[in-house]
Design a protein around this ligand. Structure first.
Ligand code: PLP
Length: 447
């Protein structure tokens, strides 16, 4: 097995890299030349060889308030020492009630009820189950079909990969993925390359939902799930008017609309949720990541009052929704969430993201014209930089860019040959300049 002897503070560690089967990683390639992070503060990570790495991706789109915030650390520590765990099945503790009540204040009305999970994947599977059960409770049990979108990412549960639109996530698991269909994705370089903000072309692609309704009949369709802005598959920005059309078609046919805001939630676009940014209110919202600033895993589904009330109709002594996780509303996650939501509000980080967005846009688009760059797109504090594939093969050029950026002191994220950037919302203009400067050097030297 590969062993790595490296200096960390305060001691040397002897790492056996072999036993950890790494997620979404080319294990053998990584273990040949590992990139390890050992500490973080604010906008920076520190690598195991002692270098500062500017965090261009807020970890995995999740550390929205910056790293190692003292308020969050002490809230978690205090909670761990006071109440390490308490069940939330037929029992409770104040944490999840407080978080739900706090969340409700920043979600769009009338989404005021919160079901807790531990990740984005669990939040998505929970939302899909709520949608199916909701229709059944209303006497429309034939509504069982779920509609996702090509190039959608909704985590890795069986529900999430069913509605998701990424072939490698689906191809090994086919027999369980029945009962779904997919809208086309909206990405189109021919029409929309180098758009600043929302592209003007593509709203008509929402009308494909009409075609699916005609094919399957509305009485068989429970819900449509989309990321308002698709992050993981390469920053795909919704065309102007697209989400509004989806909403209108869902309303016409009694189909629930789910926004997966695992990435767009908590200020990424300069509003608490993408729903408010776009002015389109879904029926359910899934969140995770930024909910706790990623300090403790937590996910949640936030639903319209009417959905919650539909579940609350039967006998009062009966469990209304047979679903939950041992760690739904875990005390440490709740402590982290409360401290995080407090920071967002106190420091007005969502407004900060909105006010930085124009500077961000101009800075990122200044990379236009550099070698291999075939598109640059942005919204809020997100950007995608699409590179031409190397000799017709997707992936190696993007991976090379990731490695070179890391060497040069910048953490980026790549999907194939698309670079995604999503800095913590505490980012300063000087950090944005540093990011652009490093990227520009990397792109100029990239074969
Ligand atoms: N949904 C979206 C939109 C995501 O971007 C992600 C993760 O990136 C998930 C769901 C899955 O979240 P998790 O990895 O916490 O399960």
């Amino acid at each position: 097995p590969t062993r790595l002897r490296a200096m960390t503070l305060p001691t040397f560690v002897d790492l056996n890299l072999d036993p950890f089967w790494m997620p979404f990683t080319a294990n053998r390639q990584f273990k040949q030349s590992p990139r390890l992070l050992v500490s973080a503060a604010g906008m920076y990570y520190r690598s195991i060889d002692g270098r500062e790495i500017l965090d261009g991706t807020a970890g995995l789109w999740c550390v929205n308030a910056g790293h190692c915030r003292p308020e969050i650390i002490s809230a978690i520590a205090q909670q761990a020492a006071t109440l390490d765990f308490a069940p939330t099945f037929q029992m409770g503790h104040p944490g999840p009630f407080q978080v739900a009540d706090r969340l409700r204040r920043i979600t769009p009305d009338p989404l005021n009820h919160v079901f807790f999970a531990n990740s984005g994947s669990e939040a998505v599977d929970t939302a899909l189950k709520i949608a199916l059960a909701y229709h059944r409770l209303r006497g429309e049990g034939t509504r069982q079909r779920l509609i996702g979108r090509e190039r959608g990412y909704h985590g890795v549960g069986f529900g999430g990969i069913s509605v998701g639109g990424i072939a490698p996530n689906r191809k090994f698991f086919g027999s369980l993925l029945a009962g779904v269909d997919h809208l086309p994705h909206t990405h189109n370089l021919e029409h929309n390359a180098f758009s600043k903000g929302q592209p003007t072309w593509g709203a008509h692609l929402a009308d494909e939902l009409e075609r699916l309704v005609a094919l399957h009949d509305a009485s068989t369709i429970a819900a449509v799930i989309v990321e308002p802005l698709a992050g993981s598959t390469g920053v795909l920005i919704p065309p102007q008017g697209y989400l509004e059309r989806l909403r209108a078609i869902c309303d016409r046919y009694g189909i629930l609309l789910i926004f997966d805001e695992v990435i767009t939630g908590f200020g990424r676009l300069g509003a608490p949720f993408a729903s408010q940014y776009f002015g389109v209110t879904p029926d359910l919202i899934t969140v995770a990541k930024g909910l706790t600033n990623a300090a403790v895993p937590m996910g949640a589904v936030i639903v319209r009052d009417e959905i919650y009330e539909t579940f609350m109709q039967g006998p009062a002594g009966q469990i209304e929704f047979f679903h939950g996780y041992t760690y739904s509303g875990h005390p440490l996650a709740c402590a982290a969430a409360l401290a995080t939501l407090e920071i967002y509000e106190k420091e007005a980080l969502f407004e900060r993201a909105a006010s930085l967005a124009p500077y961000w846009q101009e800075a990122i688009h200044s990379l236009r014209g550099l070698p291999h760059v075939i598109d640059i797109r942005n919204l809020g504090l997100v950007a995608g930089i699409e590179l031409a594939p190397r000799e017709g093969q997707g992936g190696p050029r993007g991976y090379d860019a990731l490695c070179r950026a890391f060497e040069a002191g910048l953490l980026i994220r790549v999907t194939g040959d698309i670079i995604a950037l999503s800095p913590p919302l505490i980012v300063e203009r000087s950090h944005i300049d540093q990011m652009v400067d490093i990227l520009s050097r990397v792109l100029q030297e990239l074969p």
